[in-house]
Design a protein around this ligand. Sequence first.
Ligand SMILES: [Zn+2]
Length: 307
Amino acid sequence: MLEVFDTLHLGRPAAICAGLLRGDQLAILDCGPETVFEHTIQGLRSRGLKPEQVTHVLATHIHLDHNGGAWRWAVEYGATVCVHPNGAAHLADPGKLVASATRVFGADMERLWGTIRPVPPDKLRIVHDGETIAVGPARVQAIETPGHANHHHAYWLEAERTLYAGDVAGVSIAGGPCQPPCPPSDIDLESWKRSLAKMRALQPARIIATHGGLLKDPVTPLADLEHRLDDWAAWVLAQLNAGQNEAQMVPLFEQKVLAELQTAGVTPEILQTYAHGNPADKSVYGLARYWRKFHPERLTAWPKTTP
Ligand SMILES: [Zn+2]
């Protein structure tokens, strides 16, 4: 049975939730950043489990909030880290990943994500779309689901009809609105929608998102997500076409997102978890990049000015 394991990142419930597949062998789906490694070990011990039992880390994608700590499971406990073909090189040599994350998070890198080191090559396993991973008697299938990241897998446990969906099922905290996390640099609406269709076709009974954990049901949050993805993207396009650059858009977009959450009745405490799991400013940059990269023909005001 796949259970939700709350990593309590920086002490905040539901911000980053791993999946824990229990049996005589253990798999952790999206083990989180290195800053939650010790807490995760304590969590295993409190369940009567041992970190030595962790044979696999199944990475949905390589963003640091999801798998920045995978290297420690590989180095200290010999776990095999399974990852999409396009993500493997960045786990083996995280230099570029760290450089690009440093541009985004600056001086906050260490506090948020801790230490980042390579996953040893003999502990990396590249998994392709549809491939099945055996964890003891359990079988987990990788489902290629780009859109948020071009190297994203969701993991499907057909026996229990549970899908661990990483970021492609969005961010929904405490049953609240389902938001698309849209940081640079891979956001692609068309791919994301195809991934949603693929996930729906599986007819999951449960969907687990990294940010927020178990979705309140397997249908309505995905519809909410798709609607909001279109809405946010259209908003960013309209702003670009009004001549606004990303920095100018950020405070307006933050207000828009806050208003959406408040209208839905989200409490101040949970608002902070949304901001933690899915910072609104990042989505402005990711969605603007999407329009510039895939649909420059839609940008009527550009390149009159540059950001
Ligand atoms: Zn991500």
